[in-house]
Every structure is written in structure tokens, then in C-alpha cells.
Design a protein around this ligand. Structure first.
Ligand SMILES: [Zn+2]
Length: 325
């Protein structure tokens, strides 16, 4: 079963969380594998997506926010888009669109940042939006400050969290065909300070960056965690190996799981967003509008009668962007 464990270091301004996605991750892979239109992702793409899923769960669990946390890579390379979306209850879904070949030892920059133009976006989409409210979005490049290549997603996200929250963060991520896992260690914000939107960050907090000895010691221990250890060992063993000299206070574990938020109603809204003319032309050409969910593979079919209903239904809601499902 997939698990997320949160903990704090007793008496120290440091918190942590560790996630191990097993069934939640293999469910995502299995749906892709069984999709005749696409087939399985190349291994390096699956690894990247697994790391995104693990990171998304860690980041979602780290904030007090009722809505979806969406981690997206807009790639410049064969991976055009990769998305991991984690809801407040830690249900998650993920997908990637690959165009062209990804070779078996492709690194991050080969897949998503060929011309140094790839981007990573972190979006917080509130569950209950007031009219006109836009989701919060932060965007970071996939290269370093001096345009040097970065080959680890964890580095990109550490950089993002340092910028947006003004908090030192250490992230270790790993994924293979069975497990997607991650460890996050973060210096605790002072009371009422530091959040993902960065709106409450104080100067005092900023001045602490890199200087807290307790955090620095624990971060070095965390960074020593190897990929194989993270993938193969259970949570108790990992925490004991890394932090046996520290005093951890652990919270009740939570259970992330795969779930897709797609529905026939959402697809209908998307078709409405296309406009009647576009919908009619698809119907004329193919006899029906056939939309497959990129995340779970569910197929939604609308014939001419269904489509007519979409455009005449009295509860027709304002159109949404055709890219949102
Ligand atoms: Zn779906």
C-alpha cells in the first residue's frame, strides 16, 4: 500500500516527510500500459513522472491548502508535457505526452530541456474558487542560475521552494516500474511565516537561509540517501538508518492513492468550449466525438444527439479551456 509519513525533529526547527507510492504508482503505469493508442512510457519518462508524482504528494502534504497541487513540465525535447496532480486528500493522477524517441539512458535535459527552454510550473488550484479567482502559479526554468544543465528534478524543485517559500529544502526522489518515492526535509518557518505563495515571508526568515546548523546537519544526512535505498527499503528502516541519532516525532501515516477526476460532465464542458462549429465538423467527419482521458484512459463518446444536448442544455455553464479535463 502507498504511504506518506510526516515527522518533526523534536525541539529543532526542522520537519520532514517521506512518501512511498506502490499501488498508487503501478495503477498509473498499468493504465498507460493497457492503452492501445499509446503503449507504455519509455523507462526514463516513467521515472521522471514517478518522481513528479512523489514530489507532488510531498509538496501537497507540506501546505495547508484545500485544492489541487499540479506539478507540470513543459518540455523542450521529446517529452512535451508531464503532469502530476495531487488533491488535498492525496489522491493523485499523472501523465506525460511523448513525441518521438526517448533513448534508454536519456537524462532529464535530453527529455525536457534540449534547448534550455523547458519549464516547470507549480500550480495551486483552490477547490472552492470565488468568481474570477485564478489559480496561483509559480514557474521555474529547468536550468541553473548560470544556464547550466540540471539533471535532477529534485534540484529544480529545491530551487523553487527556496525561492517561493524562502525555506531551505532538501529533496531526494527516485522511481522505477514498481515504486515512486521521495524524502523531503525542510527548515520550519517561524510562526505565521513562509507559505508556497511566498506572500508572508519575512526578512528574518530569509536571513536564516543556509545558516541553521540543525537543519544543515539533518540535510546532509538526508542527501546521503541513495536511490536504491529509497526504492527498496521500508520507511522505518530508511528513517532509522538516516536519523538514528536524532529524536523524531512521527505523525499518523496517510495513504495516497490513484484517482482520476475526469467525468462525462467535464468532457461535455470541454466540447462546449470548442464551440458548436468545431463539434459539428468533427461529427460530420467521424460520426461521433470520441475523447479519451489522458490520465486514466477512460473513453467518452458523444454522438450527434449527445452533442446537440451539450449545446442546448439549459444548465450550460460557461465554456472552459479545451485543455482542462
Ligand atoms: Zn480520467
Amino acid at each position: 500500500m502507498s504511504e506518506l509519513h510526516k515527522f518533526i525533529f523534536d525541539g529543532l526547527p526542522v520537519r520532514g516527510s517521506i512518501v512511498r507510492l506502490t499501488d498508487a504508482w503501478t495503477d498509473i503505469l498499468a493504465r498507460r500500459d493497457s492503452n492501445d493508442n499509446t503503449g507504455a512510457w519509455p523507462a526514463p519518462v516513467a521515472e521522471l513522472l514517478g518522481e513528479m508524482a512523489a514530489a507532488g504528494v510531498l509538496m501537497q502534504s507540506n501546505i495547508k491548502f484545500n485544492g489541487a497541487l499540479i506539478l507540470q513540465i513543459f518540455g523542450h525535447g521529446p517529452v512535451k508535457v508531464a503532469v502530476a496532480e495531487v488533491q488535498h486528500d492525496l489522491s493523485l493522477r499523472a501523465t506525460a505526452t511523448v513525441v518521438g524517441e526517448v533513448n534508454g539512458n536519456a537524462r532529464l535535459s535530453d527529455m525536457v530541456n534540449l534547448g534550455n527552454k523547458g519549464r516547470c510550473a507549480i500550480t495551486l488550484d483552490p477547490k472552492d474558487k470565488f468568481p474570477g479567482q485564478q489559480p496561483y502559479q509559480g514557474v521555474v526554468p529547468l536550468h541553473g542560475d548560470h544556464r547550466e544543465k540540471i539533471e535532477k528534478l529534485s534540484e529544480v524543485l529545491e530551487h523553487y521552494m527556496l525561492q517561493s517559500e524562502q525555506l531551505d529544502t532538501t529533496l531526494v526522489l527516485a522511481a522505477d516500474g514498481k515504486v515512486a518515492a521521495g524524502l523531503l526535509i525542510q527548515r520550519l518557518p517561524m510562526q505565521g511565516e513562509g507559505n508556497l505563495a511566498g506572500s508572508l515571508v519575512s526578512k528574518a526568515n530569509e536571513d536564516e537561509i543556509g545558516l541553521n546548523e540543525d537543519y544543515n546537519r539533518i540535510a546532509i544526512l538526508a542527501a546521503s540517501l541513495k536511490r536504491e535505498e529509497l526504492l527498496e527499503l521500508d520507511v522505518d528502516t530508511i528513517l532509522h538508518r538516516l536519523f538514528w541519532e536524532e529524536k523524531l516525532l512521527r505523525f499518523e501515516p496517510q495513504t495516497p492513492r490513484f484517482a482520476c477526476t475526469c467525468s462525462r460532465e467535464r468532457v461535455a464542458r470541454m466540447i462546449r468550449g470548442l464551440g458548436q462549429e468545431e463539434a459539428d465538423s468533427i461529427l460530420a467527419e467521424r460520426g461521433e466525438i470520441d475523447v479519451g482521458c489522458e490520465f486514466c484512459g477512460q473513453q467518452y463518446r458523444f454522438d450527434a444527439v449527445d452533442a446537440a444536448q451539450i449545446f442546448t442544455s439549459p444548465d450550460a455553464q460557461p465554456p472552459v479551456s479545451p485543455t482542462v479535463q
